[in-house]
Design a protein around this ligand. Structure first.
Ligand code: NAD
Length: 356
Protein backbone atom coordinates (compact mmCIF):
# COMPACT_ATOMS: atom_id res chain seq x y z
CA UNK A 1 0.00 0.00 0.00
CA UNK A 2 1.58 3.25 -1.12
CA UNK A 3 1.94 6.14 1.34
CA UNK A 4 3.14 9.40 -0.16
CA UNK A 5 5.08 11.42 2.43
CA UNK A 6 5.51 15.18 1.94
CA UNK A 7 7.54 16.52 4.89
CA UNK A 8 7.00 20.27 4.29
CA UNK A 9 8.70 23.15 6.10
CA UNK A 10 9.91 24.07 9.60
CA UNK A 11 9.24 21.18 11.99
CA UNK A 12 7.71 19.20 9.10
CA UNK A 13 10.73 16.95 8.37
CA UNK A 14 11.21 16.15 12.09
CA UNK A 15 7.58 15.22 12.78
CA UNK A 16 7.21 13.23 9.55
CA UNK A 17 10.40 11.28 10.41
CA UNK A 18 8.99 10.39 13.83
CA UNK A 19 5.62 9.49 12.27
CA UNK A 20 7.27 7.27 9.65
CA UNK A 21 9.23 5.50 12.39
CA UNK A 22 5.93 4.64 14.11
CA UNK A 23 4.34 3.57 10.80
CA UNK A 24 7.30 1.30 10.03
CA UNK A 25 6.83 -0.40 13.42
CA UNK A 26 3.12 -0.79 12.62
CA UNK A 27 4.00 -2.29 9.25
CA UNK A 28 6.31 -4.84 10.90
CA UNK A 29 3.71 -5.71 13.54
CA UNK A 30 0.74 -6.10 11.17
CA UNK A 31 2.52 -6.99 7.92
CA UNK A 32 0.60 -4.28 6.02
CA UNK A 33 3.16 -3.77 3.26
CA UNK A 34 3.51 0.03 3.30
CA UNK A 35 5.43 1.45 0.36
CA UNK A 36 6.49 4.85 1.76
CA UNK A 37 7.69 7.34 -0.84
CA UNK A 38 9.01 10.73 0.27
CA UNK A 39 8.90 13.79 -2.00
CA UNK A 40 10.15 17.33 -1.47
CA UNK A 41 7.64 20.21 -1.32
CA UNK A 42 7.68 23.68 0.22
CA UNK A 43 10.73 25.88 0.59
CA UNK A 44 13.14 22.97 -0.06
CA UNK A 45 11.42 22.23 -3.39
CA UNK A 46 11.38 25.93 -4.22
CA UNK A 47 15.13 26.12 -3.64
CA UNK A 48 15.87 23.11 -5.83
CA UNK A 49 13.26 23.59 -8.56
CA UNK A 50 11.59 27.00 -8.24
CA UNK A 51 8.16 25.57 -7.18
CA UNK A 52 6.80 25.02 -3.65
CA UNK A 53 4.30 22.47 -5.00
CA UNK A 54 5.86 20.79 -8.06
CA UNK A 55 3.47 19.53 -10.74
CA UNK A 56 5.10 16.08 -10.53
CA UNK A 57 4.08 15.83 -6.86
CA UNK A 58 0.51 16.91 -7.65
CA UNK A 59 0.42 14.19 -10.29
CA UNK A 60 1.66 11.61 -7.81
CA UNK A 61 -0.97 12.64 -5.23
CA UNK A 62 -3.62 12.19 -7.93
CA UNK A 63 -2.42 8.63 -8.44
CA UNK A 64 -2.11 7.81 -4.71
CA UNK A 65 -4.99 7.15 -2.36
CA UNK A 66 -3.14 8.13 0.82
CA UNK A 67 -0.84 11.10 1.39
CA UNK A 68 0.74 12.45 4.58
CA UNK A 69 1.38 16.17 4.32
CA UNK A 70 3.66 17.98 6.78
CA UNK A 71 3.03 21.61 7.77
CA UNK A 72 4.10 24.34 5.38
CA UNK A 73 5.41 27.83 6.08
CA UNK A 74 3.07 29.50 3.60
CA UNK A 75 3.39 32.90 5.25
CA UNK A 76 6.95 33.06 3.88
CA UNK A 77 6.23 31.71 0.39
CA UNK A 78 6.78 33.89 -2.67
CA UNK A 79 3.72 34.94 -4.69
CA UNK A 80 1.92 32.12 -6.45
CA UNK A 81 2.89 33.51 -9.86
CA UNK A 82 6.53 33.23 -8.75
CA UNK A 83 6.33 29.55 -7.74
CA UNK A 84 4.84 29.94 -4.24
CA UNK A 85 1.76 27.73 -4.56
CA UNK A 86 0.34 26.90 -1.13
CA UNK A 87 0.23 23.09 -0.84
CA UNK A 88 -2.89 23.02 1.36
CA UNK A 89 -4.76 25.15 -1.12
CA UNK A 90 -3.52 23.13 -4.09
CA UNK A 91 -4.56 19.74 -2.71
CA UNK A 92 -7.85 20.85 -1.16
CA UNK A 93 -9.10 22.52 -4.33
CA UNK A 94 -7.60 20.16 -6.95
CA UNK A 95 -8.84 16.98 -5.23
CA UNK A 96 -12.01 18.56 -3.80
CA UNK A 97 -11.09 17.62 -0.22
CA UNK A 98 -14.15 19.33 1.19
CA UNK A 99 -14.19 17.83 4.67
CA UNK A 100 -11.55 18.76 7.22
CA UNK A 101 -12.12 16.49 10.20
CA UNK A 102 -10.32 17.66 13.35
CA UNK A 103 -10.85 15.65 16.55
CA UNK A 104 -9.65 16.84 19.95
CA UNK A 105 -9.80 14.88 23.13
CA UNK A 106 -8.12 14.80 26.50
CA UNK A 107 -5.73 11.86 26.84
CA UNK A 108 -4.76 9.95 30.01
CA UNK A 109 -1.71 11.54 31.67
CA UNK A 110 -1.50 14.54 29.31
CA UNK A 111 -1.78 17.82 31.24
CA UNK A 112 -4.64 19.77 29.67
CA UNK A 113 -6.73 22.87 30.37
CA UNK A 114 -9.90 20.88 29.72
CA UNK A 115 -10.78 18.27 32.35
CA UNK A 116 -12.72 16.02 30.06
CA UNK A 117 -13.26 16.62 26.38
CA UNK A 118 -13.91 14.49 23.32
CA UNK A 119 -15.15 16.41 20.28
CA UNK A 120 -14.67 16.58 16.53
CA UNK A 121 -14.63 19.80 14.53
CA UNK A 122 -16.05 19.19 11.05
CA UNK A 123 -14.85 22.12 8.99
CA UNK A 124 -15.87 23.04 5.45
CA UNK A 125 -12.58 23.02 3.56
CA UNK A 126 -12.99 24.51 0.09
CA UNK A 127 -14.87 27.83 0.32
CA UNK A 128 -15.72 30.35 3.08
CA UNK A 129 -13.30 33.19 3.76
CA UNK A 130 -10.26 31.51 2.16
CA UNK A 131 -9.91 34.13 -0.54
CA UNK A 132 -6.91 32.41 -2.15
CA UNK A 133 -8.99 29.34 -3.02
CA UNK A 134 -12.70 30.16 -2.99
CA UNK A 135 -12.97 31.34 -6.61
CA UNK A 136 -12.93 29.36 -9.86
CA UNK A 137 -10.57 31.93 -11.37
CA UNK A 138 -8.59 34.66 -9.67
CA UNK A 139 -8.32 35.74 -6.07
CA UNK A 140 -11.19 36.91 -3.87
CA UNK A 141 -9.12 39.68 -2.28
CA UNK A 142 -8.91 42.94 -4.15
CA UNK A 143 -7.60 46.47 -3.53
CA UNK A 144 -9.66 49.12 -5.32
CA UNK A 145 -7.19 51.73 -4.00
CA UNK A 146 -3.98 51.34 -2.01
CA UNK A 147 -5.92 52.09 1.20
CA UNK A 148 -8.94 49.84 0.65
CA UNK A 149 -8.91 46.03 0.89
CA UNK A 150 -11.89 43.81 0.14
CA UNK A 151 -11.96 40.08 0.98
CA UNK A 152 -14.89 38.04 -0.32
CA UNK A 153 -16.37 34.99 1.37
CA UNK A 154 -18.17 32.27 -0.56
CA UNK A 155 -20.86 29.96 0.82
CA UNK A 156 -22.77 27.59 -1.46
CA UNK A 157 -25.75 25.34 -0.86
CA UNK A 158 -23.85 22.33 -2.22
CA UNK A 159 -20.74 23.02 -0.12
CA UNK A 160 -22.83 23.55 3.02
CA UNK A 161 -25.03 20.53 2.45
CA UNK A 162 -22.22 18.03 1.85
CA UNK A 163 -20.19 19.13 4.89
CA UNK A 164 -23.33 19.04 7.05
CA UNK A 165 -23.97 15.48 5.90
CA UNK A 166 -20.40 14.53 6.89
CA UNK A 167 -20.95 16.04 10.35
CA UNK A 168 -24.20 14.10 10.90
CA UNK A 169 -22.54 10.88 9.74
CA UNK A 170 -19.67 11.43 12.19
CA UNK A 171 -22.15 12.24 14.98
CA UNK A 172 -24.24 9.16 14.27
CA UNK A 173 -21.21 6.99 15.05
CA UNK A 174 -20.50 8.97 18.25
CA UNK A 175 -22.72 10.70 20.86
CA UNK A 176 -25.33 11.84 18.32
CA UNK A 177 -25.11 15.61 18.72
CA UNK A 178 -24.16 18.25 16.14
CA UNK A 179 -23.45 21.84 17.19
CA UNK A 180 -23.55 24.08 14.14
CA UNK A 181 -21.48 27.21 14.70
CA UNK A 182 -22.32 30.35 12.69
CA UNK A 183 -22.55 34.15 12.70
CA UNK A 184 -25.97 34.39 11.06
CA UNK A 185 -26.88 37.34 13.31
CA UNK A 186 -24.45 39.44 11.22
CA UNK A 187 -23.67 37.36 8.12
CA UNK A 188 -27.38 36.80 7.54
CA UNK A 189 -26.99 35.78 3.92
CA UNK A 190 -23.85 33.58 3.96
CA UNK A 191 -24.31 31.94 7.34
CA UNK A 192 -28.07 32.01 6.79
CA UNK A 193 -27.52 29.75 3.78
CA UNK A 194 -25.16 27.49 5.76
CA UNK A 195 -27.79 27.14 8.50
CA UNK A 196 -30.60 26.54 6.02
CA UNK A 197 -28.72 23.64 4.43
CA UNK A 198 -27.70 22.23 7.82
CA UNK A 199 -31.31 22.21 9.02
CA UNK A 200 -32.38 20.46 5.81
CA UNK A 201 -29.75 17.73 6.26
CA UNK A 202 -30.74 17.38 9.94
CA UNK A 203 -34.21 16.21 8.83
CA UNK A 204 -32.55 13.04 7.48
CA UNK A 205 -30.99 12.35 10.90
CA UNK A 206 -33.84 12.44 13.44
CA UNK A 207 -31.68 10.40 15.84
CA UNK A 208 -29.05 13.20 16.00
CA UNK A 209 -29.64 16.36 18.07
CA UNK A 210 -28.93 19.68 16.34
CA UNK A 211 -27.81 22.66 18.43
CA UNK A 212 -27.11 26.13 16.95
CA UNK A 213 -24.48 28.40 18.56
CA UNK A 214 -23.13 31.82 17.46
CA UNK A 215 -19.36 31.70 16.96
CA UNK A 216 -18.34 34.31 19.55
CA UNK A 217 -20.34 32.52 22.25
CA UNK A 218 -18.82 29.25 21.03
CA UNK A 219 -15.28 30.55 21.65
CA UNK A 220 -16.26 31.05 25.30
CA UNK A 221 -18.40 27.92 25.72
CA UNK A 222 -15.60 25.74 24.38
CA UNK A 223 -13.51 26.86 27.35
CA UNK A 224 -16.37 26.85 29.88
CA UNK A 225 -17.90 23.45 29.08
CA UNK A 226 -15.87 21.59 26.43
CA UNK A 227 -17.33 18.28 27.60
CA UNK A 228 -20.77 19.29 26.30
CA UNK A 229 -19.74 19.21 22.62
CA UNK A 230 -19.66 16.16 20.38
CA UNK A 231 -19.48 17.20 16.70
CA UNK A 232 -18.91 20.88 15.89
CA UNK A 233 -19.94 21.74 12.34
CA UNK A 234 -18.82 25.04 10.86
CA UNK A 235 -17.50 27.04 7.92
CA UNK A 236 -13.85 27.16 6.85
CA UNK A 237 -12.35 30.03 8.86
CA UNK A 238 -14.38 29.50 12.05
CA UNK A 239 -13.41 25.81 11.92
CA UNK A 240 -9.74 26.63 11.60
CA UNK A 241 -9.82 28.93 14.62
CA UNK A 242 -12.04 26.80 16.87
CA UNK A 243 -10.07 23.62 16.16
CA UNK A 244 -6.83 25.29 17.30
CA UNK A 245 -8.65 26.39 20.45
CA UNK A 246 -9.88 22.84 21.01
CA UNK A 247 -6.39 21.37 20.42
CA UNK A 248 -4.92 23.83 22.92
CA UNK A 249 -7.56 22.84 25.50
CA UNK A 250 -6.65 19.18 25.01
CA UNK A 251 -2.94 19.73 25.74
CA UNK A 252 -1.51 21.97 23.02
CA UNK A 253 -1.26 22.46 19.28
CA UNK A 254 0.94 19.37 19.05
CA UNK A 255 -2.17 17.29 19.86
CA UNK A 256 -4.46 18.44 17.03
CA UNK A 257 -4.74 15.88 14.20
CA UNK A 258 -6.80 16.17 11.03
CA UNK A 259 -7.59 14.64 7.70
CA UNK A 260 -8.70 16.45 4.57
CA UNK A 261 -11.15 14.10 2.93
CA UNK A 262 -12.98 14.08 -0.36
CA UNK A 263 -14.81 11.29 -2.11
CA UNK A 264 -11.66 9.70 -3.63
CA UNK A 265 -8.66 11.05 -1.74
CA UNK A 266 -7.67 11.73 1.83
CA UNK A 267 -4.65 13.61 3.11
CA UNK A 268 -3.38 13.43 6.68
CA UNK A 269 -2.24 16.82 7.94
CA UNK A 270 -1.71 18.13 11.48
CA UNK A 271 -3.88 21.14 12.31
CA UNK A 272 -0.86 23.17 13.44
CA UNK A 273 1.63 25.05 11.26
CA UNK A 274 5.36 24.74 10.59
CA UNK A 275 6.35 26.22 14.01
CA UNK A 276 9.44 28.06 12.75
CA UNK A 277 10.24 29.14 16.33
CA UNK A 278 11.17 25.57 17.33
CA UNK A 279 12.19 24.07 13.96
CA UNK A 280 15.37 21.98 13.85
CA UNK A 281 15.65 21.76 17.66
CA UNK A 282 14.07 18.34 18.27
CA UNK A 283 11.37 20.09 20.35
CA UNK A 284 8.25 19.48 18.25
CA UNK A 285 5.55 17.08 19.38
CA UNK A 286 4.75 14.70 16.49
CA UNK A 287 1.51 13.42 18.09
CA UNK A 288 -0.78 15.47 15.81
CA UNK A 289 0.76 14.08 12.63
CA UNK A 290 0.87 10.54 14.05
CA UNK A 291 -2.83 10.71 14.93
CA UNK A 292 -3.60 12.28 11.53
CA UNK A 293 -1.94 9.20 10.00
CA UNK A 294 -4.13 6.97 12.18
CA UNK A 295 -7.18 8.82 10.82
CA UNK A 296 -5.92 8.29 7.28
CA UNK A 297 -5.53 4.54 7.86
CA UNK A 298 -9.05 4.44 9.35
CA UNK A 299 -10.40 6.26 6.29
CA UNK A 300 -8.78 3.76 3.90
CA UNK A 301 -9.92 0.84 6.06
CA UNK A 302 -13.55 2.09 5.98
CA UNK A 303 -13.42 2.66 2.24
CA UNK A 304 -12.20 -0.84 1.45
CA UNK A 305 -13.83 -2.70 4.34
CA UNK A 306 -10.31 -3.66 5.46
CA UNK A 307 -10.74 -4.82 9.07
CA UNK A 308 -7.04 -5.69 9.43
CA UNK A 309 -6.05 -2.11 8.63
CA UNK A 310 -8.71 -0.77 11.02
CA UNK A 311 -7.23 -2.95 13.79
CA UNK A 312 -3.72 -1.68 12.98
CA UNK A 313 -4.93 1.96 13.09
CA UNK A 314 -6.60 1.42 16.48
CA UNK A 315 -3.37 -0.20 17.72
CA UNK A 316 -1.29 2.83 16.70
CA UNK A 317 -3.78 5.16 18.45
CA UNK A 318 -3.43 3.11 21.66
CA UNK A 319 0.37 3.11 21.32
CA UNK A 320 0.43 6.93 21.12
CA UNK A 321 -1.79 7.05 24.24
CA UNK A 322 0.47 4.55 26.02
CA UNK A 323 3.59 6.63 25.34
CA UNK A 324 1.85 9.85 26.34
CA UNK A 325 0.46 8.36 29.55
CA UNK A 326 3.90 7.77 31.11
CA UNK A 327 5.76 10.86 32.41
CA UNK A 328 9.09 9.35 31.27
CA UNK A 329 7.95 9.14 27.64
CA UNK A 330 6.07 12.43 27.35
CA UNK A 331 7.09 15.17 24.94
CA UNK A 332 8.81 18.39 25.97
CA UNK A 333 5.84 20.67 25.17
CA UNK A 334 3.93 19.09 28.08
CA UNK A 335 6.91 18.98 30.43
CA UNK A 336 8.21 15.52 29.49
CA UNK A 337 11.82 14.59 28.71
CA UNK A 338 11.52 13.36 25.09
CA UNK A 339 12.43 15.19 21.92
CA UNK A 340 10.69 14.55 18.61
CA UNK A 341 12.91 11.66 17.53
CA UNK A 342 12.91 9.86 20.88
CA UNK A 343 9.11 10.15 21.11
CA UNK A 344 8.85 8.56 17.65
CA UNK A 345 10.98 5.71 19.01
CA UNK A 346 8.82 5.42 22.16
CA UNK A 347 5.64 5.10 20.08
CA UNK A 348 7.35 2.57 17.77
CA UNK A 349 8.31 0.56 20.85
CA UNK A 350 4.78 0.70 22.24
CA UNK A 351 3.47 -0.50 18.86
CA UNK A 352 5.84 -3.45 19.05
CA UNK A 353 5.15 -4.34 22.68
CA UNK A 354 1.44 -3.64 23.31
CA UNK A 355 -1.02 -6.51 23.08
CA UNK A 356 -3.30 -6.29 20.06
P1 NAD B 1 2.08 27.29 14.28
O1 NAD B 1 0.93 26.37 14.45
O2 NAD B 1 3.17 26.88 13.38
O3 NAD B 1 2.74 27.59 15.73
C1 NAD B 1 2.02 28.23 16.80
C2 NAD B 1 2.70 27.89 18.14
O4 NAD B 1 2.48 26.52 18.47
C3 NAD B 1 4.23 28.07 18.08
O5 NAD B 1 4.66 28.54 19.34
C4 NAD B 1 4.75 26.67 17.86
O6 NAD B 1 6.05 26.44 18.37
C5 NAD B 1 3.71 25.81 18.58
N1 NAD B 1 3.57 24.49 17.94
C6 NAD B 1 2.95 24.23 16.75
N2 NAD B 1 3.04 22.94 16.47
C7 NAD B 1 3.71 22.35 17.49
C8 NAD B 1 4.12 21.01 17.76
N3 NAD B 1 3.84 20.00 16.92
N4 NAD B 1 4.82 20.76 18.88
C9 NAD B 1 5.08 21.76 19.75
N5 NAD B 1 4.72 23.05 19.55
C10 NAD B 1 4.04 23.34 18.43
O7 NAD B 1 1.48 28.68 13.82
P2 NAD B 1 2.22 30.00 13.25
O8 NAD B 1 3.50 30.20 13.99
O9 NAD B 1 1.19 31.03 13.30
O10 NAD B 1 2.51 29.67 11.73
C11 NAD B 1 3.78 29.26 11.22
C12 NAD B 1 3.63 28.99 9.73
O11 NAD B 1 2.79 27.86 9.53
C13 NAD B 1 2.99 30.13 8.91
O12 NAD B 1 3.69 30.24 7.69
C14 NAD B 1 1.57 29.67 8.66
O13 NAD B 1 1.03 30.21 7.48
C15 NAD B 1 1.79 28.16 8.55
N6 NAD B 1 0.62 27.31 8.84
C16 NAD B 1 0.56 26.17 8.13
C17 NAD B 1 -0.45 25.25 8.41
C18 NAD B 1 -0.44 23.97 7.63
O14 NAD B 1 0.49 23.66 6.92
N7 NAD B 1 -1.48 23.17 7.77
C19 NAD B 1 -1.38 25.52 9.41
C20 NAD B 1 -1.27 26.68 10.15
C21 NAD B 1 -0.25 27.58 9.87
Amino acid sequence: MKLLILPGDGIGPEITDATCRALQALDRRFDIGFDMQTREIGLAAYKSGGETMPESVMQEIAETEATILGPTDTYNYPAEAKGGTRPSKAVRTTFDLYANIRPSRTRPGVPAMAKDMDLVVVRENTEGFYADRNMFLGDAEIMPTEDVAISLRKVTAKGSSRIARQAFEVARARRKKVTVVHKANVLKVGDGLFLRETRKVAEDYPDVELEEVIVDAMAALLIRKPESFDVVLTTNMFGDILSDEAAELSGGLGFGPSINAGDDHAIAQAAHGSAPDIAGQDLANPTALMLSSVMLLEWIARRHGNNGLATAAAHMDRAVDAALAKPETQTKDVGGPLGTEAFGEAVAQAITELDV
